[in-house]
Design a protein around this ligand. Structure first.
Ligand code: ZN
Length: 155
């Protein structure tokens, strides 16, 4: 059972629903170095992430599968689009800035978050913040462990 959609600003809601209905980088990778699963027990959201990490620290490829509320799945889609082709360092910077926005929405983000700012309105619904940050927790786990398998639960 997933939470219903929160009442967000229309423009942001459209962007989130677009990623929910037409997810980017959804599926599996032919070649992967890293596989991490994440679970948000509060809402029942699941995200499974595959990464192909290059030796130079680049996220060469990324794909996700999952199920859950629109916020969790749209956030996964937007996260993959934001970090694909970027360095691990850049991806971690983006992740920290995104999570900071979700807990301190009145602050100016440390880096330009682009479309990811669509989730700022979710910060008004504290119970939903973990829906929005689940994909980023999974990404961080994958980047930190490098090659291998992992599992995270947001609590
Ligand atoms: Zn959720």
């Amino acid at each position: 059972m997933n939470y219903p959609e929160p009442d967000l600003d229309e423009l942001y809601r459209d962007l989130i629903l677009d990623h929910y209905r037409h997810p980017r980088n959804r599926g599996a990778l032919q070649r992967r170095t890293t596989h991490v699963e994440g679970y948000n027990p509060l809402c029942g959201d699941e995200v499974e992430l595959e990464l192909l990490l290059g030796e130079d620290g680049i996220v060469e490829d990324i794909a996700f599968r999952g199920r859950g509320c629109s916020i969790s799945q749209a956030s996964s889609s937007m996260m993959t689009a934001a970090v694909k082709g970027h360095t691990k360092a850049d991806a971690l910077r983006l992740s920290r800035a995104f999570k900071r926005m979700m807990t301190n929405p009145e602050e100016e983000p440390a880096v330009d978050l682009g479309d990811l700012e669509a989730f700022e309105g979710v910060a008004k619904f504290p119970v939903r913040v973990k829906c929005a940050t689940l994909a980023w927790h999974v990404l961080e786990e994958g980047l930190e462990q490098g090659a291998g398998e992992g599992r995270v639960e947001v609590t």
